[in-house]
Design a protein. Structure first.
Length: 114
């Protein structure tokens, strides 16, 4: 299983970015896809996740600003990020959870300037 993330970059505070992550390989269709982020010196934290049935979960810090969605036919997960702030600056990792295994993408840098 491989995950390929894209869409990171530099944006000004208040701006928007859309991350995409495509999963390839063979895996069970019942799964959870999500986005985590990490800044240097801190643990990786969950940002949002979505089940194959469409149930979503968001960290409190991003509720109302970020939207996670997925295309099951393309095994792709998206993260629409709006009203970005410098506190959102991090490396964002996509994740595919097919119990009991976790698969990770390579990470994409998101930098929000003030």
């Amino acid at each position: 299983v491989q995950l390929q993330a894209s869409g990171g970059g530099l944006v000004q505070a208040g701006g928007s970015l859309r991350l995409s992550c495509a999963a390839s390989g063979s895996f069970f269709r019942v799964n959870i896809m999500g986005w985590y982020r990490q800044v240097p010196g801190k643990e990786r934290e969950l940002v949002a996740r979505i089940t194959s049935g469409g149930t979503t979960y968001y960290a409190e810090s991003v509720k109302g600003r970020f939207t996670i969605s997925r295309d099951n036919a393309e095994n792709t997960v998206f993260l629409q990020m709006s009203s970005l702030s410098p506190e959102d600056t991090a490396v964002y990792y996509c994740n595919l959870r097919v119990a009991p295994n976790d698969y990770w993408g390579q990470g994409t840098q998101v930098t929000v300037s003030s």
